[in-house]
Ligand binder design. Structure first.
Ligand SMILES: NC(=O)c1ccc[n+]([C@@H]2O[C@H](COP(=O)([O-])OP(=O)(O)OC[C@H]3O[C@@H](n4cnc5c(N)ncnc54)[C@H](O)[C@@H]3O)[C@@H](O)[C@H]2O)c1
Ligand SMILES: [Zn+2]
Length: 360
């Protein structure tokens, strides 16, 4: 199954497969000409999938290099990028050498930023291995790292040549990481597609059991939504902002936890806060909020973060004021018009915001 991302800066395919068997063919089809491949992965993913990827890539590249980053958000920083520059310089990579990001969103964002900046840009391929990276971070070209406690403060828009999803890799993903990916999946449905949201809600048990057909529809549905939005607004000058639904709240929570809480679970909590805010303002039906909360609880929203608030709303509100999207003005919020449609609102009194975050 192949989808296409039609971004103004590049058009590229997303392959949705259940093994790495088609990877060499995908490289050939992409027209990449280099003879050297650099596989960037992490310490958890390497023992599981690096061997299979190397076997495939050795059919098309004469030289394979690999780097294993330390796993985890706390390593998504400029030190990791610097280590990649060092390795790339020592290995004499040239501008046709191809960077493969094999791992979750941390590897994809870090390797993507490295690829965007080394020698002013090396061709780059996403091989996502977490649900979150399959359905969200590998598509759309946002790359970057955290800096001095701020999420994604340093980065670049840089589209991959293609994305190759092997859904088989999700079998080894820890449950909490799977649930984290479901945060972005549910978000996609909420902001753009009620039919997809209802499918996820109805088939929740099959999805959690990794039933292949349901899982494929989840990945396909989310990639389609993400690809469509990125195609319409690649650089986030308008529509793409709706992908930040749940993220203004979510980033505050993530940062309050010192990045210990998984991103997508913070997003789930953030969606809950945004929907509470919408309901409190009389703009969202209570029944939609309740339906969402039930679904989010099924996918573990409260197992990690607790049912009650983990942090004081004042602390979270202060972190939100520092969110980079708020620079130069009041924070902008993405709220729901209804399930399947989002809108941007900027003039929300802080008291309302704090009340909505009381359970974060
Ligand atoms: N660029 C974007 O558009 C975008 C969008 C959403 C999120 N993000 C970023 O993505 C990051 C989160 O990504 P993530 O949730 O994939 O986390 P992650 O990359 O930290 O991966 C989660 C954990 O799972 C391990 N892992 C990965 N694949 C595995 C597999 N198949 N089997 C077993 N273990 C595996 C990893 O080593 C890690 O320990 C955050 O930094 C977030 O800011 C970026
Ligand atoms: Zn996100």
């Amino acid at each position: 199954m192949v989808l296409t991302v039609n971004a103004p800066s590049r058009e590229y395919p997303i392959y949705i497969e259940d093994s790495y068997g088609g990877l060499a063919e995908a490289v050939r089809a992409s027209g990449l000409r280099g003879s050297v491949a650099l596989i960037v992965t992490d310490t958890n993913v390497a023992p599981l999938y690096e061997g299979a990827v190397k076997r495939e890539l050795s059919a098309v590249f004469s030289k394979l290099q690999s780097v294993r980053l330390h796993a985890g958000e706390e390593h998504k920083n400029l030190n990791a990028v610097s280590g990649l520059y060092q390795k790339a310089a020592e290995a004499f990579l040239d501008r046709e050498s191809v960077v493969f990001a094999l791992g979750g969103g941390v590897v994809g964002d870090t390797a993507g930023f490295f690829a965007a900046t080394f020698m002013r840009g090396l061709p780059f391929v996403q091989l996502p291995t977490t649900l979150l990276s399959c359905v969200d971070s590998s598509v759309g070209g946002k790359t970057g790292v955290d800096f001095a406690g701020w999420k994604n403060l340093v980065g670049a828009f840089y589209q991959p040549r293609f994305v190759y999803i092997n859904s088989g890799t999700l079998a080894t993903l820890p449950r909490v990481q799977f649930n984290s990916g479901m945060g972005e999946v549910i978000k996609h449905g909420l902001i753009r597609d009620a039919g997809y949201y209802n499918f996820v809600s109805e088939r929740r048990a099959d999805i959690a059991a990794l039933e292949p057909e349901a899982l494929k529809r989840v990945i396909e549905g989310s990639c389609r939504i993400k690809a469509e939005i990125v195609g319409l607004d690649e650089k986030e000058s308008g529509l793409r902002e709706i992908l930040n639904f749940g993220h203004t709240f979510g980033h505050a929570l993530e940062s309050a936890s010192n990045f210990k809480l998984p991103h997508g679970l913070c997003v789930m909590k953030g969606c809950a806060a945004a929907m509470r805010l919408g309901a409190a303002r009389g703009e969202l039906a209570e029944v939609d909020l309740l339906g969402f909360l039930e679904l989010a609880r099924f996918f573990g929203m409260e197992e990690i973060t607790g049912g009650a608030g983990l942090y004081a709303p004042e602390k979270l509100a202060a972190l939100m004021r520092g969110d980079k999207k708020a620079r130069g003005g009041a924070p902008r919020f993405v709220l729901l018009e209804r399930v399947g449609a989002a809108k941007i609102v900027s003039d929300i009194p802080e008291e309302q915001v704090k009340a909505a975050m009381a359970l974060c």
